[in-house]
Design a protein around this ligand. Structure first.
Ligand code: ADP
Ligand code: MG
Length: 567
């Protein structure tokens, strides 16, 4: 006796579904990409599970994806015989959205509500909504699934309007079937005819040709005698994209593959291919996204490189392959000479893996360098999206510090609109200027209006304007660029005058010191509790006074950061 339960979607899920049901996203075709991508992941996971657990009772002899069309009923089914989901999985994975950044995404969406639908549509494109995209084309979705090794299955159904039903069923085949009851309003529209064989095939070829599992579709054929037979055809070419020769894959295919591995809905900024032969053979297909994910700075953010061994998916989020400061890089590394049950611990210690990682990192950095030279606009996007993360590498990756400095850009007082590289800064340095001056602070305007800036403005010395929290840390660690020391404008005695100017000023300075000695002594006593020393300043032009740190002191922002960390 089974019982149908009606449950509510979590609030965030409900809001997202609302957008899908009313199809605010213009490119509805992508629903098939999402479903096939999920099916492919499920097959990957089953193959691995069966390999690791010999007691798991599953048939893995014919893993594949099936597409079936029922024209009369207007139902499109995407079925896989992969890992499947337990009842709890369905409630957790389909009824809620665990994706970090969802709250922020919905907030942005709300803010853009007054704006045009295109803004919301763009946002959805950036966020990606996975399984929920089914509701762009279907007014009812039925999901039938059974987890590998479990006796009973689960049937889930929803029209995307706030609630879903769920029941335990006895006779579900292993794996997952998603049945889309296609919207009647699209019935007349040739472009949205997802019951047409040509349409479905075209979408598979466009979005999923590289999927390494067979995607099959049954098609009816009528012969000359008028006899109808059903033929099953594999629609995709199944060739692993990373193993193909360069001219055997198009940019569009790379982009679709990127969307599959990254769950992003936008094209990447850059595709990076590597094929290494010899004693340790591997292929890598990596991507630099065109926008940062919402959770880039959240603790649980995962790295985006998957490890395959001889075409077999092994693990997601392989931290042994990419350092944290390149955590935005997505893609696949396929190594030929590893064991299929290699663990994260073994990977971390494996010398070959470390070598490979070093080469991957160098390749990513050199790719950015080339982009900087050849496609400044794309580089600008890259830096805007990922610069703050890349700069973490200045601390973490001392081997590549030089390259990272070369590919870094900074705001500066030279130009309010354009960032500068350190190389360009050095080229603009004035005669007699020895150091690279920088100022750190929360915002550009706070920095520009700080009294510390006055003397630099007066002298016409350029100052780097550093507003990322990480800036405080790396400037100290890095120390210099091209033999020029990084010097904070807020620390120590700043000496901007050349030797000649100083000689001229000396008598005057001495006289001032004498003149103000009483005031300085009095201020020193009055502020004893708060400051180390009161001295006459040469750095101010209009402000009467300013606070400076000792050369070796922490800057206020850094102090705040340590305090926030509880130190
Ligand atoms: P994402 O794929 O980005 O995680 P989705 O909304 O596409 O987000 O899917 C949510 C989750 O539901 C997946 O992570 C997966 O755990 C589960 N899921 C979806 N489709 C399948 C399927 N065909 N087989 C097994 N699990 C699935
Ligand atoms: Mg998905």
């Amino acid at each position: 006796e089974t019982q149908v339960e009606t449950l509510e979607f979590q609030a965030e899920a409900r809001q997202l579904l609302q957008l899908m049901v009313h199809s605010i996203y213009s490119n509805k075709d992508v629903f098939l990409r999402e479903l096939v991508s999920n099916a492919s992941d499920a097959l990957d996971r089953l193959r691995l599970a069966a390999y690791l657990d010999k007691d798991l009772e599953v048939d893995t002899s014919d893993l594949h994806i099936d597409l079936a069309v029922d024209k009369a009923a207007r139902v499109l089914t995407v079925r896989d015989n992969g890992i499947g989901m337990s009842r709890e999985d369905v409630v957790r994975l389909i009824g809620t959205i665990a994706k970090s950044g969802t709250a922020e995404f919905l907030k942005k969406l709300k803010e853009s509500k007054e704006a045009k639908d295109t803004v919301a549509s763009d946002l959805i494109g950036q966020f990606g909504v996975g399984f929920y995209s089914s509701f762009m084309v279907a007014d009812k979705v039925t999901l039938l699934t059974r987890h590998a090794g479990e006796a009973t299955g689960t049937r889930w159904e929803s029209s995307g309007e706030g609630t879903y039903t769920i029941e335990t069923v006895e006779d579900a085949p292993q794996g997952t079937a998603v049945m889309l009851h296609l919207k009647d309003e699209d019935a007349e529209d040739h472009l949205f005819d997802y019951t047409a064989e040509w349409k479905v095939k075209e979408l598979v070829r466009r979005y999923a040709d590289f999927i390494t599992w067979p995607i099959r579709m049954a098609a009816e054929r009528t012969d000359a005698e008028g006899e109808t037979t059903t033929e099953v055809e594999t629609v995709n070419s199944m060739k692993a994209l990373w193993a193909r020769a360069k001219d055997e894959a198009t940019e569009a295919e790379y982009h679709e593959f990127y969307k599959h591995v990254s769950h992003d809905w936008q094209d990447p900024l850059e595709t990076i291919r590597m094929q290494a032969e010899g004693t340790f053979e591997y292929q890598a297909l990596l991507f630099i996204p065109s926008h940062a994910p919402m959770d880039l700075f959240m603790r649980e953010h995962k790295r985006g490189v998957q490890l395959y061994v001889k075409r077999v998916f092994i693990m997601e989020d392989c931290e042994a392959l990419m350092p944290e400061y390149l955590r935005f890089v997505k893609g696949v590394v396929d190594a030929q000479d590893l064991s299929l049950n290699v663990s994260r611990e073994i990977l971390q210690q494996d010398r070959q893996i470390q070598l490979m990682r070093r080469r991957l990192v160098k390749k990513v950095l050199s790719t950015v360098k080339t982009m900087m030279a050849d496609r400044p606009e794309d580089y600008g996007t890259f830096w805007k999206e990922f610069g703050a993360v890349v700069k973490e590498g200045l601390l973490d990756d001392t081997d590549n510090r030089g390259t990272i400095l070369e590919i870094s850009s900074f705001d500066s007082t030279n130009d309010g609109e354009k960032v500068t590289t350190l190389r360009e800064y050095v080229e603009r340095m004035k005669d007699g200027q020895e150091h690279i001056y920088f100022a750190t602070g929360r915002t550009r305007s706070l920095i520009e209006n700080s009294p510390h800036m006055e003397a630099f403005k007066a002298k016409g010395f350029e100052v780097l304007v550093l507003t990322d929290p990480i800036d405080e840390m790396w400037v100290d660690a890095v120390g210099e660029f091209d033999g020029k020391r990084f010097q904070s404008i807020a620390k120590g005695e700043v000496d901007l005058d050349s030797e000649d100017e100083k000689k001229g000023d000396e008598p005057e300075r001495e006289q001032q010191k004498e003149e103000f000695s009483g005031l300085l002594a009095w201020l020193g006593t009055a502020l004893e509790e708060n400051v180390k020393e009161v001295r006459l300043s040469t750095r101010l032009t209009t402000s009467p006074a300013c606070l400076v740190g000792d050369t070796n002191d922490m800057t206020p922002a850094l102090e705040k950061m340590y305090r926030a960390m509880g130190q």
